[in-house]
Write a protein that binds this ligand. Structure first.
Ligand code: SF4
Length: 473
């Protein structure tokens, strides 16, 4: 079962962070773990089911703490104190289906010929099961159902090589979208898939370096943004500084467009594009494409807010906060009954009757997956007195599964089953409008080059024919 309050959004798998501190910069034993904690705190939106940090001490021993829950629930000051070392990696995860969820939490720590390695991974390998079968035939045993463990096993297979060389061989074997951070004795390593599907950036700390899924994590811990890790690059950070290895070269780029639409935080800049700016441009483009007559523009907070601001600015229709969000509903501890699940959106959003009553509303959301939440919101707005509700969506219809680390599956995608009129009827809006694919590209200002848009057009940048579902990072 998905997260009750995010049931109508694609679920991001993970966020990763890595911290390297030079000896002289270490103020206290657990400083790297503490820095990783704040980095994860900034990446909480990328996964709310489990969190973990592993730190490697001067003897090469890796200690890990991971548990189900939000970052602030999983880590107390005492827990952080118990993770000494100059190098740390951290992970937040949106759990997917089945199995023991805690067992699948990351980072994963494993021992191989060259010592202990802690590994955290964001993404999904499309050849995970094939690799797992191959490794199992060769005698590997698996404790989890994650593809992260497959990566660890491949590294162990190549342990006669230096870690960097073992990683290059591993990258040749694995196919899909991934961003990895690894902590080994004296070394922090970052790896990004050859097409740059999943994001990873590099920052400079006083006396150290940091790797993170998004630049907002660098801002939070006071690191200076240096650059994005290049697609196919391995970044090795040790006492010599930063060494870059161009492990797998590809002229093609396929940055996940959904990062800009929904996943990433608006204050992040990924691969040269600021997320807030992209969302506002998508909203403005949507206003040019729809030209609706209405009284107010209302966002579905928070993910629709930037696009709604762009829509309002372009159309000249006033922006109003017509829905209030309970910002403290992060995760429900109590398994909801079906009745509560039906009411689920009410825990999170409530209409402001004074704002919406008697008005013609343009309701702006970033995307629609199942349509169930949109339907509830439209119904709530009508009950609160809205005269008309026109739903505008700042992305094209999502009608294909993602195989690169995002938890969307064909059967749950309403746009895979219904046309726009069918979706409108299901949601109960007066009209429904999606951003065009061309409009999305023009808002991103890159002429359509360099993005994965497979969940909209079904053209997968890494072949997925015959992919068996399973194994998420
Ligand atoms: Fe992102 Fe969609 Fe591509 Fe998945 S299929 S990586 S969600 S753009």
């Amino acid at each position: 079962m998905g997260h009750v309050l995010d049931d109508d959004k694609p679920c991001h798998e993970c966020g990763v962070v890595g911290v390297y501190l030079a000896e002289a910069a270490v103020g206290e034993p657990a400083e790297a773990a503490r820095t990783a904690f704040y980095g994860l705190f900034a990446l909480q939106h990328r996964g709310q089911e489990s969190a973990g940090i592993a730190a490697v001490d001067e003897n090469g021993e890796a200690l890990v703490h991971k548990a189900m829950g939000l970052v602030s629930e999983v880590f107390s000051p005492a827990v952080i104190e118990g993770l000494p070392g100059r190098i740390a990696v951290g992970h937040v995860r949106y759990s997917t289906t089945g199995g023991s969820r805690l067992l699948n939490a990351q980072p994963l720590v494993f021992s191989y010929l060259r010592g202990m390695v802690a590994l955290a991974h964001n993404g999904n390998l499309v050849n995970y099961l094939e690799l797992r079968d191959r490794l199992a035939t060769l005698g590997s045993v698996f404790q989890t159902s994650t593809d992260t463990e497959v990566i660890g096993n491949l590294l162990a297979r190549y342990s006669q090589d230096r870690l960097e060389d073992a990683l290059i061989k591993t990258m040749i074997d694995v196919k899909g979208g991934y961003a990895l951070v690894l902590a080994a004795r004296d070394t922090l390593v970052g790896v990004r898939d050859p097409l740059g599907i999943r994001p990873l950036c590099l920052g400079k700390l006083e006396g150290g370096y940091v790797l993170a899924s998004e630049s907002c994590a660098l801002d939070t811990i006071g690191a200076e943004f240096l650059r994005d890790v290049a697609p196919g690059e391995i970044v090795v950070i040790d006492s010599r500084g930063v060494t870059s290895l161009c492990a797998l070269q590809s002229r093609q780029r396929a940055h996940c467009v959904f990062e800009y639409i929904y996943f990433a935080r608006p204050d992040s800049t990924l691969d040269g594009i600021n997320v807030n700016r992209a969302r506002r441009a998508m909203g403005a483009q949507l206003a040019r494409e729809t030209r609706l007559q209405a009284d107010i523009v209302v966002p579905v907070p928070d993910s629709g807010t930037s696009a709604a601001l762009g829509y309002a600015a372009e159309s000249g229709i006033p922006f109003e906060e017509g829905l209030m969000k309970n910002r403290y509903v992060g995760r429900t501890f109590i398994q909801p009954t079906q009745k509560m699940r039906d009411l689920g959106v009410r825990l999170k959003l409530n209409p402001v009757a004074e704002v919406v009553a008697g008005r013609r509303i343009i309701l702006v959301d970033d995307s629609i997956v199942r349509g169930t939440t949109s339907r509830q919101i439209v119904s709530m707005l009508r009950t609160a007195g809205a005269r008309e509700v026109h739903l505008v969506v700042a992305s094209p219809p999502t009608c294909h599964s993602c195989y690169y680390g995002i938890d969307t599956h064909l059967p749950e995608l309403i746009a895979a089953r219904l046309d726009v009129e069918g979706i409108r009827a299901f949601i109960g809006a007066d009209s429904l409008h999606y951003l065009s694919v061309e409009g999305m590209f023009s808002a991103l200002d890159r002429g359509g080059e360099g993005f994965c848009v497979a969940c909209f057009d079904g053209r997968y940048p890494v072949p997925v024919e015959g992919v068996r579902e399973g194994g998420c990072g």
